[in-house]
Design a protein around this ligand. Structure first.
Ligand code: OGA
Ligand code: NI
Length: 355
C-alpha cells in the first residue's frame, strides 16, 4: 500500500490509524531516534515516591527532607496521598479520552496553530516553526485565574468546563502546598516562591498520543525541559514518559493514583541551580493510545524571576540574570523543543562575572 508522505488532515488523530508507515515529516534523523531497546526500565529506586500524608503533622521534616533530596538529585518525584480523589483523577482522564474521540468537525472548532492563543487544540509542538513533527495532538488551556479563561474552553463533552475547572482548583491546592514545602526545603521563607510568582499562572495540556506504526522513528515529544516552575503530570496506565538519569533514558512505570512532579526551568533559576530541571521525553507505541495531562504551574508574565538572594553567596554566585517570565516564555516557544535548555540564554556569562 502506498503511504502518503504528508497528510492533508490538520490533526494526527484523524489519520494516524490509516497509515502503515510513519509519514516522512514525522521521521527523525538517524542520530536523533528513541533507541527504545537501550532504555532502562524503571524500578522502585529510579524515581522517588513521596508519601505526602503527614506533611502538616508528624512527618513534616521527614517529607521536607525527601523533597529537598528529590529536587536536587532527580528533578522528578512521584507523590501519593496528595489529597486528590481517585474519582476526580479517573474523571479527568475520561473527559480527555472523550474529547479526543469527538467527531473531527467538533474538535476542529478549537483548532489553532498560534501558540499565543490561551485555549487551543493543535498537534505536534509548534507546527509553524518545527522541522520534524511529533506524534501527538494536544488541547492546551490556561486555567488561572479560572474566570478569565473558562468561557473559552470546549463545551463538549457537556461536563468539560465544570469537571476540568474542579480538577484545576484541586491541582492548584496541591501545588500551593508543594510550593510552601519547596520554599522551606531551600531554607527560604515558606511564602517565598508564592510571592516570587507575582499573580501566578496555571496552564494545562491534554495530550493524546495515538498508536504509532513505527515508534522507533519518531517521538510523542522529544527530549526537553519544562519552561515553567513545576509540572504536575497525570497519566494513564500506558508507559511513555522517559526521564534522563545519569546520561541514560529511564522509562517511568505509571502507578495508579499518583502524580509525577517535575522541576521546571523557573525553579532551577529561583534555586540558583540547586534544583534541577531535567530532560524528559514521551515515546509512543504500536498498540495503545496514551493520554497524559500535565499542569504547568508558572509565574505570571510580569513576574521578575532570578536566583533567590538568600541562595547567592561567594561560593554560589548568581548563575542567571533577572528576567520577566514573559521574556522567557516567548523565547521558549520561538526556539522550539531543542535538547539544549533555554536556560542557557539567561546565564550570566562566567567571563563577564569574573572581571
Ligand atoms: C510535557 C511532557 C510528558 C508526557 O507535556 O511537557 O513532558 O508523558 N509530557 O506526556
Ligand atoms: Ni515536559
Amino acid at each position: 500500500m502506498a503511504t502518503p508522505t504528508t497528510s492533508t488532515k490538520l490533526l494526527l488523530s484523524d489519520f494516524a490509524s490509516t497509515v502503515q508507515n510513519v509519514p516522512s515529516n514525522y521521521i527523525r534523523p538517524f542520530n536523533d531516534r528513541p533507541n527504545l531497546t537501550q532504555v532502562q526500565v524503571s524500578d522502585a529506586s529510579s524515581i522517588p515516591l513521596i508519601d505526602l500524608d503527614g506533611l502538616h503533622g508528624p512527618r513534616h521534616s521527614e517529607i521536607i527532607q525527601q523533597i529537598a533530596l528529590a529536587c536536587q538529585n532527580d528533578g522528578f518525584f512521584q507523590v501519593k496521598n496528595h489529597g486528590i480523589t481517585e474519582e476526580m483523577i479517573n474523571n479527568m482522564l475520561n473527559i480527555a479520552r472523550k474529547f479526543f474521540k469527538l467527531p473531527e468537525s467538533e474538535r476542529l472548532k478549537s483548532y489553532s496553530d498560534d501558540p499565543s492563543k490561551t485555549t487551543r487544540l493543535s498537534t505536534s509542538f509548534n507546527v509553524k516553526t518545527e522541522k520534524v513533527a511529533n506524534w501527538r495532538d494536544f488541547l492546551r488551556l490556561h486555567c488561572y485565574p479560572l474566570q478569565d479563561y473558562v468561557h473559552e474552553w470546549p463545551t463538549n463533552p457537556p461536563s468539560f468546563r465544570e469537571d476540568v475547572a474542579e480538577y484545576c482548583i484541586s491541582i492548584r491546592g496541591l501545588v500551593l502546598r508543594l510550593l510552601e514545602a519547596m520554599s522551606e526545603s531551600l531554607g527560604l521563607q515558606r511564602d517565598y516562591i508564592d510571592k516570587a510568582l507575582s499573580k501566578h499562572g496555571q496552564h494545562m495540556a491534554l495530550n493524546y498520543y495515538p498508536p504509532c506504526p513505527q515508534p522507533e522513528l519518531t517521538y510523542g515529544l522529544p527530549g526537553h525541559t519544562d519552561p515553567n516552575l513545576i509540572t504536575i503530570l497525570l497519566h494513564d496506565d500506558v508507559p511513555g514518559l522517559q526521564v534522563l538519569r545519569n546520561g541514560k533514558w529511564v522509562a517511568v512505570n505509571p502507578i495508579p493514583n499518583t502524580f509525577i512532579i517535575n522541576i521546571g526551568d523557573q525553579m532551577q533559576v529561583l534555586s540558583n541551580d540547586r534544583y534541577k530541571s531535567v530532560l524528559h521525553r514521551a515515546v509512543v507505541n504500536c498498540d495503545k493510545e496514551r493520554i497524559s495531562i500535565p499542569t504547568f504551574y508558572c509565574p505570571s508574565p510580569d513576574a521578575l524571576i532570578g536566583p533567590a538572594k538568600d541562595l547567592i553567596d561567594h561560593d554560589h554566585p548568581a548563575v542567571y540574570r533577572d528576567f520577566t517570565y514573559a521574556e522567557y516564555y516567548d523565547k521558549f516557544w520561538k526556539r522550539g523543543l531543542e535538547t539544549e535548555c533555554c536556560l542557557d540564554m539567561f546565564k550570566i556569562s562566567t567571563t563577564a562575572s569574573s572581571l
